[in-house]
Design a protein around this ligand. Structure first.
Ligand SMILES: *[C@@H]1O[C@H](CO)[C@@H](O)[C@H](O)[C@H]1NC(C)=O
Length: 162
């Protein structure tokens, strides 16, 4: 073996060792097993076992879909009602989700939980405001999925180290 090969081996060993220190779900299991909406959770997390990464990807996907729903609510919000509530709640939810992403970066599981709970409440209120809507209402369906995704994010975040 050339000295370069030795170096590569040492670097690989170090990488492997540091990865085992990364937060994983208990026993390296599927993090989505703690979520309420498991099929939805798995479709977003796609086999990621690292709990911080799984939580982050879930928050990012939720933000992406919230921005789309916000655009969809924009035109109808002037007539008041549920769309008006949802439009402004989506804005606050996006702020809280952005904070949550920063909390993950800072490894602050405690604040992460607070900021994700706040966003879940925003989605809840929007959902309630749309509760009277026709069941075939496409917008009402999408707000329900956002609520489920926020619920999943909060469940995943409980696995992130405090
Ligand atoms: C998350 O929320 C807590 C409590 O409101 C706050 O102290 C913390 O700074 C927030 N995180 C960020 C990144 O703002």
């Amino acid at each position: 073996m050339s000295p370069n090969h030795h170096l590569v081996t040492v670097v690989l060993l170090l990488l492997t060792a540091s990865q085992s220190g990364v937060a994983r779900s208990p026993g390296g299991r599927d993090p989505c097993s703690v979520s309420d909406f498991k099929v939805l959770c798995r479709s977003v997390v796609k086999g990621q076992k690292n709990v911080n990464a799984a939580t982050e990807v879930s928050i990012r996907e939720l933000m992406k879909r919230t921005k789309k729903a916000k655009e969809a609510a924009a035109s109808g919000r002037k007539s008041g009602g549920g769309l008006k509530t949802c439009y402004s709640n989506y804005d606050s939810a996006l702020e809280n989700l952005q904070k949550a992403l920063n909390d993950i970066k800072k490894n602050d599981g405690f604040s992460l939980n607070i900021n994700l709970s706040a966003s879940l409440t925003e989605f809840d209120t929007c959902n309630d405001a749309m509760a009277g809507a026709d069941a075939s209402n496409v917008f009402a369906k999408s707000t329900n999925i956002l609520h489920e995704m926020a619920d999943n994010c909060l469940a995943l975040s409980t696995l992130v180290k405090q």
